[in-house]
Design a protein around this ligand. Structure first.
Ligand SMILES: Cc1cc2nc3c(=O)[nH]c(=O)nc-3n(C[C@H](O)[C@H](O)[C@H](O)COP(=O)(O)O)c2cc1C
Length: 327
């Protein structure tokens, strides 16, 4: 009599990562929409910036329409892939949204388990899931199965209040079948504090065999390689430092005119796309100016830029700085 074998949990298929370099632009809500993202992608070669992500796309209890997913992905295509990032807790709604995202052209789907916003926590999504590795695994697995022929990746923080579940979370993302794990090395409780503990990234690297992308505290171009060297991660992702210096991936030092041109282009694209009016575009430019380091454009004058109340005056000042190079 043939012995009765226990059911075998098949390991979900993993896919090669489509990134063109190990340095990635982090998903950032309110920032990495197509206008900003495309400008960054256009200014860094594919062997410098390896890929980017949409801002998180919130899935509640219904799959999102394809139209919404197309809007997040944008129209422009670059050599570098732009992954769509989904956040939610409803397994089947997430899986069907992931399937639709791939259907409309997403080269990969990233799942966010790190958002500390109150809205996400209320919906038991984002970093709320950092207390439940089993739920993380279920979500990843359902999306991997729904997507099949494209990579699914997962992005976690080091933990909720502390980092004790870090290895369990990393293994949950791997067990679900993800092709890459991104570890933002701060816990939810640490929010965006200045100090970072990269040894947590090294712990995740030791816990799993899939590629790990380190994240948190990359401030300069040299930090990418330093993070890789110190933690063993294969890839590294930068968030806020890229808001201040979109050339951080190449390490190129731009003049202030080129830096001003970036900000003007950003404002023009926001207005032309209908994504913001003049006032809204000025506010978005100021959001970048808060972080801005490129081209010494705001060195010693940041406050005066941020205090510019009249959008037109702000844009005129940028235009004057941008034309400096031609004098
Ligand atoms: C304005 C802003 C928006 C963010 N939105 C997202 C998001 O949509 N999805 C996500 O996974 N992380 C988001 N993050 C976190 C970043 O992706 C990144 O993990 C974090 O900023 C740490 O990297 P850094 O130290 O290089 O900034 C956001 C961060 C900032 C500053």
């Amino acid at each position: 009599m043939p012995s009765k074998l226990p059911p075998v949990a098949l390991a979900p298929a993993r896919h090669a990562l489509p990134f063109t370099s190990p340095w990635l632009l982090a998903p950032m809500e309110g920032v990495t929409e197509p206008c900003f993202r495309d400008l960054v992608l256009a200014r860094n070669r594919a062997d410098e910036l390896g890929g980017a992500f949409t801002e998180f796309v919130r899935v509640v209890d219904e799959p999102l329409p394809r139209r919404v997913l197309r809007e997040h992905l944008g129209d422009a295509r670059f050599a570098q892939p732009v992954g769509i990032q989904l956040m939610g807790a409803h397994v089947s709604a997430l899986a069907e949204t992931a399937r639709r995202a791939v259907e409309v052209g997403a080269p990969l789907v990233d799942l966010s388990f790190g958002c500390p916003a109150k809205g996400a926590l209320r919906g038991c999504a984002g970093s709320a899931l950092l207390r439940e590795p089993a739920a993380v695994e279920r979500i990843v697995r359902a999306c991997v199965e729904a997507v099949r022929d494209r990579p699914v990746t997962g992005k976690i923080r080091a933990g909720y209040d502390d980092d004790t579940l870090l290895e369990d979370l990393a293994r949950a993302v791997e067990a679900g079948g993800a092709s890459m794990l991104t570890v933002h090395c701060r816990t939810r409780a640490e929010a965006y504090c200045d100090s970072v503990d990269w040894s947590r990234i090294a712990r995740a690297v030791a816990a799993v065999s899939i590629p790990v992308c380190g994240n948190g505290g990359v401030g300069t171009h040299a930090d990418f390689e330093r993070m890789r060297r110190e933690t063993g991660c294969q890839l590294a992702m930068v968030g806020r430092a890229a808001l201040g210096d979109p050339w951080i991936f190449s390490g190129k030092r731009v003049e202030s005119a080129e830096a001003a041109r970036f900000l003007l282009d950003y404002a023009e694209r926001l207005i032309a796309s209908g994504g913001a009016g003049t006032k809204g575009a000025a506010a978005r430019v100021k959001q970048l100016l808060n972080y801005w380091t490129a081209g010494a454009l705001v060195a010693g004058t940041r406050e005066s830029w941020l205090c510019e109340a009249d959008p037109r005056a702000l844009f005129d000042r940028l235009a004057a700085a941008a034309s400096d190079a031609n004098r």
